[in-house]
Design a protein around this ligand. Structure first.
Ligand code: CP
Ligand code: NVA
Length: 310
């Protein structure tokens, strides 16, 4: 069965390579048709609630506009304004929202909260980022890599920086989709051991290497894509200064890129701290695809909603 109807989208590891392929292909198709002016109002009459306990520019706008383009309606629900803030439970919130909505997208801190919401809601729950993973991001990311490099299988992605939520989801999706991945991070900022181990089991099946090293120069050797993210994620604001010290040699700059393949593309989920994890010269330079990547969030999220809710 090729349908993903009714499924939650909580983490990449819930999806097989075939299912991820389905999503990426749908995203490419929706992008092409949007550019041609061919409408797809397949979510007419459907509504998506979007709960945010952290800020967002791309995720919020792309889901909202994406829902509109598919003929549906999206509601922004700040956690500050709904009764969750006053302690209404997640199960009661889920039991209520499912009476009105056809899907819920949630961005928050604890993965357990997202899992709990999904457990109690009978409608699809989409994870719009937690401290642990950022699954919708990496669908758009691999779509972007495929768009620019013409394929995925056998490519090498180098991730420079913090072993964070984005790094975790990249490990999971690269392992499933046959993309080699090397993470360069300082000691103590490695990806979660259990995420890495599970991804390595997948990687063994798809025949790719997942490496964690300390040296960014080593990581970018032969890379087709170089990826970075901010050093202090949402919720880590207090560690900002310390992290700026720890990560100072993990900047994606012109010098570092010299060690990658000539046609390397540079990705960043954004928002960027220019001058920290990435230089202006690189993010505004010829290798950068960061705004294509940001655009592709729209197409990827439309694909996710169309297949889960449509
Ligand atoms: N990349 C990303 O998720 O961006 P926002 O935080 O702006 O949604
Ligand atoms: N790692 C970043 C990603 C932002 C989209 C964060 O969690 O803040």
């Amino acid at each position: 069965d090729k349908s993903l109807k009714g499924r939650d989208f909580l983490t990449i590891s819930d999806f097989t390579a075939e299912e991820i392929r389905l999503l990426i292909d749908a995203a490419h198709d929706l992008k092409r048709d949007l550019k041609k002016g061919i409408p797809h109002t397949i979510l007419q009459g459907k509504s998506l609630g979007m709960i945010f306990t952290k800020p967002s520019t791309r995720t919020r706008v792309s889901f909202e506009v994406g829902m509109y383009q598919l003929g549906g309606y999206a509601l922004f629900l700040s956690s500050q304004d709904i009764q969750l803030r006053r302690g209404e439970s997640l199960p009661d919130t889920a039991a209520t929202l499912e009476r009105y909505l056809d899907g819920i997208m949630i961005r928050t801190f604890d993965q357990e909260d997202v899992d709990e919401l999904a457990q109690y809601a009978s409608i699809p729950v989409i994870n719009g980022l937690t401290d642990i993973v950022h699954p919708t991001q990496v669908v758009a990311d691999l779509m972007t890599v495929e768009e620019h490099q013409g394929k995925l299988a056998g490519l090498k992605l180098a991730y420079i920086g913090d072993g964070n939520n984005v790094a975790h989801s990249l490990l999971q999706i690269c392992a499933r989709m046959g993309v080699h991945m090397t993470i360069a991070c300082p000691q103590g900022y490695e990806p979660d051991v259990s995420v890495l181990q599970a991804a390595r089991k997948d990687a063994a099946k798809s025949g790719v290497q997942l490496e964690v090293v300390e040296d960014p120069v080593e990581a970018v050797k032969g890379a087709d894509a170089v990826y970075t993210d901010i050093w202090a994620s949402m919720g880590q604001e207090k560690e900002q200064e310390k992290r700026a010290q720890v990560f100072q040699h993990y900047q994606v700059n012109t010098e570092l890129l010299k060690g990658a393949n000539e046609d390397v593309i540079v990705l960043h989920c954004l928002p960027a701290h220019r001058g920290e994890e990435i230089t202006d010269e690189v993010i505004d330079g010829p290798h950068s695809v960061v705004f294509d990547e940001a655009e592709n969030r729209l197409h990827a999220h439309k694909a996710i909603m169309a297949l889960l809710i449509g």
